[in-house]
Design a protein around this ligand. Structure first.
Ligand code: PRX
Length: 629
């Protein structure tokens, strides 16, 4: 079938289309209705059907490949490598599930997972899925305040964590940050289950903290049956940044997500049972949820969980993994490839990469230089794919499993089946023609696998995502895009205050709030500025309560370091601005709105744009002067 016909069916007859795709997974009870779109923009898929993500990822494969690798946990930080077969994974997940149940976790309750990239983190996610508990994984790079906000929103009964992660040969303690977060949070989890890796000392809170190794030892023989869940039950909540300082809990279902992942593994990622998949992301991000843990396992593939950097012990490490485990499909981010590009490519050439069939890249714009370089080094197709935490799986890509259409440099490709993608004029809501810039929007219903709502806040879901255009209720991606005459899309950056640092999605408002908590700061603007390596970096412009503190270069340096330390402590080093400049005023409109776009433009050496509404043009001069100094 041509991709065009495949796509058209998905849009014109979504029920017929997804009914077929739904056969890719196991159902315990068949669904009554493929789609219930009676209360738009909410979409319910596979209504009445009962299934389970853990069953489809693990138990389902026991009959045919119990002894085949399922989870390959590699740490170049602790120099450990362990392969879990599907049978072993099944055993470990049941042990973990029994531990959770013994601590009182019940169906529908939340379990927060704040863990490094170790096998236990995957056991924990799958164990939650097995018993119908809702997991909320928080990226290990986030610090206490970020964590506390998420604890208060998700209200977990249990938190899973570890003494420490490791990065670049150094232990990164998790437990003290977690303890501080729980102190800061209003909600107090009943228990904290801790994996002790022996990397960092762990202060212990009696009555609350539980040692995983000891508890697991009591549940070695555990058999925990799968809890069958209605397709629209909540599988997880994953927080992501938006326009406000308060992160949104992206809530996902069970059945639609399982179907979307199985379908994307077949048509986009082309993975087959028995093969090995290697996604280099982290379980704290959506790519880790969809394509480290659930997607590959649902497809019966072995999945690699990697703790370490791309360049330690040297820049050949990932390729040595590809060779050793005969990886067929790999998924990474452009930033990682740009990092590798700075190292000698002989390190890559040393290895036999003949198993590799394609490299998928996502999370940030893929520039042509990086794309061409890695394509020529690897000699396999490089497949850009564009999507969001909210959608859970690609919106734009080339579904080579359907038809091997050519890619186009700089473009993630065509709308993926199921997504009725439109480019819309921001103010008039009119559809854009070819080569006309607009906001990338999606006409509802969103396909299976996408967010159901904002956790605990339906109104915010509707308000934030579906209320941005004058004439019609459309889902906004908050990305600018353009489409060429052949229908290929190009992403031109965010329309909101979200920035993308090394593939990590961050909200500038969150960073501003954190910086403002420094006693000397009266006001601050944070913008994302283009960066050769990381795609973007955060740059802050702050007004001091006592400007004289920044009178000398030394004073400025000391304050800048202090501000960075505040962000490190509250949000984590991932959110730390690359520079903090001190200015006397910030460019604003006459109604007091910060002109972030103009600041960003000046930082990137571009024209400051439309300044008809600016209150004080001299403030722009201050930005320029700060940059020049
Ligand atoms: O701005 C787009 C950018 O990353 C945002 C979503 O980030 P996140 O929620 O972390 O999900 C990442 C899932 C891969 C998008 O709104 N983005 C993501 N992929 C691409 C991209 N920008 C350009 N090209 C891409 N392939």
């Amino acid at each position: 079938m041509s991709y065009s016909a495949f796509y058209q069916e998905s849009i014109q007859q979504p029920e017929v289309f997804w009914d077929k795709e739904a056969q890719l997974i196991d159902w315990h009870t068949p669904y009554r209705q493929v789609l219930d779109h009676s209360h738009p923009p909410f979409a319910k898929w596979f209504v009445g059907g009962e299934t389970n993500l853990c069953h489809n990822a693990v138990d389902r494969w026991l009959a045919t490949q119990a002894d085949k690798p399922a989870l390959i946990a590699i740490s170049t930080e602790t120099n450990t490598e362990k392969i879990y077969s599907f049978a072993e994974l099944h055993t470990e997940v049941q042990r973990m599930a029994a531990c959770m149940q013994s601590l009182g976790v019940k169906q529908g309750e939340r379990v927060l997972i704040y863990m490094p990239m170790i096998a236990e983190a995957a056991f924990a996610m799958l164990a939650c899925a097995r018993i119908g508990a809702v997991h909320s994984v928080v990226f290990g790079g986030f610090a206490s305040k970020s964590l506390a906000t998420r604890i208060d929103d998700a209200r977990p009964v249990l938190v899973l964590s570890a003494d420490a992660g490791m990065r670049g040969g150094k232990a990164v303690p998790y437990k003290p940050l977690l303890d501080e977060a729980i102190t800061l949070a209003e909600h107090k989890p009943q228990h904290v289950l801790l994996v002790n890796r022996g990397l960092a000392p762990m202060p212990w809170v009696a009555g609350r903290d539980v040692d995983y190794a000891s508890l697991r030892a009591q549940h070695l023989e555990a058999q925990v049956a799968v809890t069958w869940l209605e397709a629209n039950a909540i599988s997880y909540v994953l927080y992501t940044s938006g326009t406000t300082g308060k992160p949104k809990g992206v809530q996902r279902d069970v059945g639609g997500y399982a179907v979307a992942l199985a379908s994307s593994m077949k048509h986009i990622f082309c993975g087959n049972p028995g093969e090995t998949y290697f996604a280099t992301s982290d379980i704290g991000w959506v790519v880790g949820h969809s394509y480290i843990v659930y997607g590959p396992l649902i497809a019966g593939m072995a999945t690699i969980m990697y703790e370490g950097t791309p360049i330690r012990p040297d820049a050949g490490i990932w390729w040595s993994i590809v060779e050793k485990y005969k990886v067929t499909r790999m998924f990474s981010a452009p930033t990682a490839i740009r990092v590798l590009k700075k190292h000698p490519s002989e390190l890559m050439k040393k290895y036999d990469l003949s198993s590799l069939q394609a490299l998928y890249l996502a999370g940030e714009p893929l520039d042509e230089t990086t794309s061409s370089w890695i394509a020529s080094e690897l000699g396999v197709p490089i497949i850009d794919n564009y999507w969001q935490t909210e959608t859970g799986w690609p919106i734009l890509s080339i579904a080579r499993g359907v038809e091997s259409l050519p890619s186009r440099l700089g473009s993630p490709g065509l709308p993926v089946y199921g997504y009725h993608v439109q480019l819309v004029n921001e103010s008039t809501g009119a559809l854009c023609g070819a080569n006309e810039k607009g906001v990338l929007a999606i006409k509802g219903p969103l396909p299976p696998g996408c967010m159901q709502t904002v956790y605990g806040d339906d109104q915010r879901f509707v308000q934030t995502y579906w209320n941005n255009f004058p004439h019609e209720q459309l889902y906004s991606t908050f990305d600018w895009g353009i489409r060429d005459a052949d229908g290929y899309y190009f992403i031109l950056g965010r329309t909101d205050d979200v920035i993308n640092v090394a593939g990590h999605r961050l909200g500038t408002r969150e960073i501003e709030e954190s910086i403002s908590s420094h006693a000397q700061i009266s006001e601050v603007a944070v913008v994302g500025v283009e960066d050769q390596l990381k795609g973007q970096v955060a740059v802050a412009f702050a007004i001091l309560k006592h400007p004289e503190l920044a009178a000398t270069a030394e004073g400025r340096r000391a304050l800048e370091a202090e501000v960075m330390a505040v962000v490190d402590k509250q949000l984590g080093a991932v959110a730390r601005p690359a520079r903090v400049h001190f200015v006397g005023s910030l460019p604003k409109t006459r109604s007091g709105k910060l002109l972030r776009r103009s600041i960003q433009a000046i930082c990137e050496g571009r024209d400051a744009g439309d300044l008809t509404t600016i209150e004080d043009p001299a403030s722009l001069q201050q930005i320029r002067a700060a940059l020049a100094a």
